[in-house]
Design a binder for this molecule. Structure first.
Ligand code: NOJ
Length: 586
């Protein structure tokens, strides 16, 4: 079933589906409206985890031989990141990974998804130039400790932190040479860690790498190559992914018995009017330009037809001799097809979509190529990031879309979560508990629909550096006090809530589930007090620093001001005292 058909799902279709899918016996399809809640549990062995990424959390940006990444360079330029924040120290995860594993152990997690910083182990990006053994040791220790605690590592090879040298010398993902350099890096990781790591993710969210890194320039490396940048970068990323999959398949799979996948992030796109064919097609384009751009080559060998048609036609209208969307040769198509042992899926939000024509002209770009407009319902909760509306039912639709479009692949949800604004220090995050409850419930319904979801990763373990938004958006289950040097972690209520979901492997029954929120809020109020005390202490220290430091640093200046002030005070007090005596005598 295509998304087109999903868009016009009617009760009688639903009924037909019930008859077809025997796995859904215990699931009441007649209550399939968007807001219903399904009580039930996940299949045995379902894997629960949390995620993070190297640049967002590790800090230690220039420690122990680490090279510089494009994100180090980008964030050090003024005006690129909100408040000019950098992740130089961030959560200090590099130094605190043991503490973080203790948090995971306490949550009884089955897996932890983290990423390897390429320049931490290959400072110039090239294996032939230098391997940083200290960096290797860091990841090795992390992996060992996870395994000692029965937590399965799911390792991302590229979560956006390209070695800066590769960008400066070759133009990063714009250059085809990245395919081989990335393959060398991946091969080194398989060699050093593959005896212990069985789940590999080549790229995290290549859509974002391509569009925000090479088209809009909001992300590192900050290139604004409208209309071509994203397509070219994506083309090389897809080839790099396929090459790494083949390397694993040929050299390591038989020994290490692991799996290699990719993590694609996509919103769901719902037609504004489900009876309007043009809206239905616009919504189909939305998702094909998002998820299909990467998933279709990996599962079917080529770009989605609708992308080829639209970008080809618009390129022609611009007077270009060839499409701005690059072309795979027949050999490349068969090399790329089938290179996904599992699909990692990141999902946060949904959009309504309608047709909007963008006449071809000078301003052609990825967004206008799609000929659509995105809308949101103002009623949708929107607690944190501007783009993130809570729309749980979109998750189930997206999961079903993956099932029907790509032959029901094995799916690990690699990212799902919600943020709050920086200034919010309330650890009783009821909006996040609700988000997790409802999104996880939609995932459960999707599993009942027959979607092959094997695991779920809450995004994220800690508040961390949220890319161009700096530290202004907090996605963590744990609050991190970034103002304190030691970066202490405080559990939000959602930690307790997520723990309940994990220990029950789902949502056992209404009475129990309804008690979880109350209990979670009870436990978070003591953390709230601790945090408030830490903030108060921090404020006093800051005040003292402000007072003491300048006093020492500018003693002369302060003396000049203080001495007359003290004198004046003395004179005043003496005057008052003198008046007082005088009045008593009279
Ligand atoms: C997807 C990215 O992979 C992750 O790094 C980021 O924190 C989340 N989206 C939230 O924006």
């Amino acid at each position: 079933m295509t998304m087109l058909q999903w868009g016009i799902l009617r009760p009688h279709h639903v009924l037909a589906l019930v008859l077809c899918v025997s796995a859904t016996e215990d699931f009441d399809w007649t209550k399939n409206e968007r807001t219903s809640f399904y009580y039930g549990t996940f299949p045995t062995g379902f894997s629960w985890g949390v995620g993070s990424s190297a640049y967002q959390t590790e800090g230690a940006w220039n420690v122990d031989g680490k090279g510089i990444s494009i994100w180090d360079a980008f964030s050090h330029k003024k005006g690129k990141i909100f408040l000019n924040d950098t992740a130089d120290s961030s959560c200090e995860g590099y130094h605190k990974f043991k503490d973080d594993i203790a948090l995971m152990k306490d949550m009884k997690l089955n897996h932890y998804r983290f990423s390897i910083s390429w320049p931490r182990i290959l400072p110039t990006g090239l294996k032939s130039e230098k391997i940083n053994e200290k960096g290797i040791k860091y990841y090795s220790d992390l992996i060992n400790m996870l395994l000692d605690n029965k937590i399965t590592p799911i390792v991302t090879l590229y979560h956006w932190d390209l070695p800066q040298v590769l960008h400066e010398k070759y133009g990063g993902w714009h250059n085809i040479s990245m395919v081989n350099y990335f393959n060398d890096f991946a091969n080194l990781c398989f060699e050093r860690f593959g005896n212990r790591v069985k789940y590999w993710i080549t790229f995290n969210n290549p859509w974002s790498i391509a569009v925000e890194g090479y088209e809009t320039g909001e992300h590192a490396p900050g290139l604004k190559l409208k209309g071509t940048g994203a397509y070219k970068a994506a083309h090389h990323i897809i080839k790099a992914h396929a090459k790494v999959w083949h390397t694993y398949d040929m050299q390591w799979r038989s020994k290490q018995k692991g799996l290699v996948g990719i993590s694609l992030t996509a919103d769901w796109g719902e037609p504004v009017d489900i009876s309007n064919q043009r809206d239905i097609e616009a919504a189909e384009r939305y998702i094909q330009f998002y998820l299909g751009w990467f998933a279709t080559p990996l599962f079917h060998g080529d770009y989605p037809q609708v992308m080829k048609d639209y970008i080809g036609r618009k390129s022609g209208q611009q007077g270009l001799g060839a499409s701005r969307l690059p072309v795979f040769s027949p050999q490349e198509k068969s090399y790329i097809k089938g290179t996904c042992d599992f699909l990692g899926l990141g999902h946060f939000t949904t959009r309504y979509v309608t047709l909007k024509n963008y006449p071809s002209g000078a301003g052609d770009n990825y967004f206008s190529d799609r000929d659509l407009a995105e809308l949101v319902d103002p009623q949708w909760p929107d607690p944190g990031s501007e783009w993130l509306y809570s729309v749980p039912w979109g998750f189930r639709r997206l999961l079903n879309f993956v099932k029907t479009q790509y032959g029901n692949p094995m799916i690990y949800v690699t990212e799902n979560g919600v943020s709050e604004k920086m200034l919010c220090t309330d650890l009783c995050d009821d909006w996040r508990m609700k988000y997790f409850k409802d999104y996880i419930n939609e995932m459960l319904k999707a599993i009942k629909d027959g979607v092959n979801v094997k695991g779920y990763t809450a995004w994220s373990l800690l508040d961390s550096f949220e890319w161009d938004e700096g530290f202004s958006e907090r996605f963590g289950l744990y609050y991190v006090d970034f103002r304190s040097k030691n970066k202490p972690r405080y559990p939000k209520a959602s930690v307790h809530y997520y723990k309940r979901i994990i220990s029950s492997n789902g949502f056992p029954n209404q009475r129990e589930v309804e008690s979880w929120k109350r209990k979670a809020v009870e436990t978070c109020s003591s953390s709230n007090q601790l945090l408030a005390a830490a903030h108060a202490q921090h404020n006093v220290t800051t005040m003292l620093n402000i007072l003491v430091d300048p006093l020492i640093g500018h003693m002369e200046m302060v003396t000049e001001i203080v001495v007359p002030t003290v004198c004046t005070l003395c004179i005043l007090i003496s005057a008052v005292f003198f008046m007082f005596l005088l009045r008593r005598r009279l």
